[in-house]
Design a protein around this ligand. Sequence first.
Ligand SMILES: CC(C)(COP(=O)(O)OP(=O)(O)OC[C@H]1O[C@@H](n2cnc3c(N)ncnc32)[C@H](O)[C@@H]1OP(=O)(O)O)[C@@H](O)C(=O)NCCC(=O)NCCS
Length: 169
Amino acid sequence: MSPKTPKESRTVMTDMVLPGETNPINNLFGGELLARMDRAAGIAARRHSRRIVVTASVNHVAFNRAIPLGSVVTVEAKVSRAFKTSMEVFMDIWIEDRESGLKTKANEAIYTFVAVDETGRPTAVPELIPETDLERERFEAALRRKQLSLLLAKKIKPEDATELKALFE
Ligand SMILES: CC(C)(COP(=O)(O)OP(=O)(O)OC[C@H]1O[C@@H](n2cnc3c(N)ncnc32)[C@H](O)[C@@H]1OP(=O)(O)O)[C@@H](O)C(=O)NCCC(=O)NCCS
């Protein structure tokens, strides 16, 4: 399997916020954004692996800014690191100003997907080679996030979370 770059998995989904997708104060309902991000990230993971992919974990979501009714929202997803069978997908969420067309960052999120075969068994994915400074930064931090996620899921022991331990040394 030849290595791939983040731009090969880049997935951009743009959609409006409609009345049925808001909370009582007329901002986008969090669960709706989670679903949009899951779809965009799943497509990015599929583009990287060319396999069936399943969501293994939602590692991080920051709802930093409310997204009002009628906003045009863009979810941009790219694979930030590939491990053996799993892939971390990093997402930037943008809102577009109606008059100027300028995009401002609203939120960020990180999901993990696993490539599986037809029986649901994890299967190997291509390596990811980051190209830009931001991609390299996200790539470097991804192992720490994987270990934290596995630790919280009780799938590794604290002593095996070497990247996390290194933070406190
Ligand atoms: C995700 C899934 C395939 C992992 O299966 P598993 O038996 O834990 O398989 P493994 O232990 O071999 O793990 C496979 C990979 O997933 C990673 N992984 C598993 N759980 C993880 C978690 N909570 N966080 C981050 N990575 C995780 C492992 O580290 C491993 O990565 P690697 O091969 O790149 O090192 C399995 O749990 C599953 O099918 N879950 C349901 C997925 C689904 O239906 N999602 C939609 C939810 S509605």
